[in-house]
Design a protein around this ligand. Sequence first.
Ligand SMILES: [Fe+2]
Length: 436
Amino acid sequence: MNPSSNGSQGFDRRSFFGSLAAAGLTGSVLASGADALAQDGAKPAEKPAQPEKIAASFPLLQNVTETSASIAWSLNRPATGWVEWGTTPDLGKFARNSEFGLNPYEVDFLNARIEGLAPNTKYYYRTATCSFDYVNAYNKTVSAPEYSDVYSFETVGPAPEKVSFGVMNDTHNTVPTICKLIERFDELKPNFIVWNGDVCSDYMTSEVAKKSIANPNGKPYAAERPLVFAAGNHDRRGKWVRDLKKCFTTWKHDDPRFAELGCNYAFRQGPLAAVILDTGEDKPDWHPAWSSMANYEPYRELQAAWLESALSRPEIASAPFIVAFCHIPLYDANPKANPGNILDKWASYQWTCQKLWGPILHRHGVQLLVAAHQHRFSYAEPTAERGWAQIVGGGPELKGATCIHATVTKDELKLSAEMVADKKALGSWTFKPRKV
Ligand SMILES: [Fe+2]
């Protein structure tokens, strides 16, 4: 992304439409459904069908940092678009995902990153989507913008005295479970939701992401409460999966060493520091199932270097509570559990990541690791050698799905888990602040 073409600089709506006019495009603005019917003299005067919306989903707010946020939304047809934002509902600034001087043209998801924000500040935004298609290089059809409602969000930062988060995991594109979890989060009202991997089973096309992630319930469930994606092993499978970043937008790192770690981030929100890790696939890179397409070993090692650096940052190191999130557990109580580095079956826990990351988490006083993958709820108390507790969420079927929730103040972190189907409690735990 070219930063100079993103944010408030370099984009003016009048010049945008002016450039369309200069290119001779405004004459081919798509006719509305009503116009199309009016031109068809043979039709009786029936109420015209509502034209299909260009955007196929409400906005998905993500990657909220002290100074930036990303918004993605899915499409019913090829389109370009942008985000309008500001500190009041009047908006007034613009962000769009331009690259190499070109504005976006997408068939499945659009996204934009808003930059230049201030910590702990409320912002408003809406999406604008124009259907856009090429007849040939000079002949294109473009519609007037279709706007979403105006939504708001707050950037993260040290100010809040209380923060909460919810966790769902291993949903495997099971839409009824996803909807039930969202219903529960609407009641619990966490500040953000971590979707802790295996969101879908595979991604052969964009359709599964459009249905299960962008629009599972026909409501703006993540337009104001950000989603934090922690990638699971299944979230690396299928022909379309390299485009998943258009839907689950990535994090940006200032340090060029970590530029490729778009699924890793650490952010401070009030008394909590949250750390997102990516355990990768559930079998070794050399497993024949991957047909030489897996390269997770150097990726995990790079994340170890990043983790050491992230946990040393002053705003993270000074947090009363640090919670890490990753999909595959880093610990298994069963000494015979599959460590993920053998040819037989698949990982129960990630031995390599345990060796690379576990001591770093321990040394920096991380209190809790939230994991998933096993489709079976468990909780392991910390030990003298492993200073972090590990909680593992349940599976995709409604009868096995769990909701993990935590509320954090400077004095305590209260963690609870329940079955999603009937809210049956699985346990609750209280953590004391770190010694900083
Ligand atoms: Fe998994």
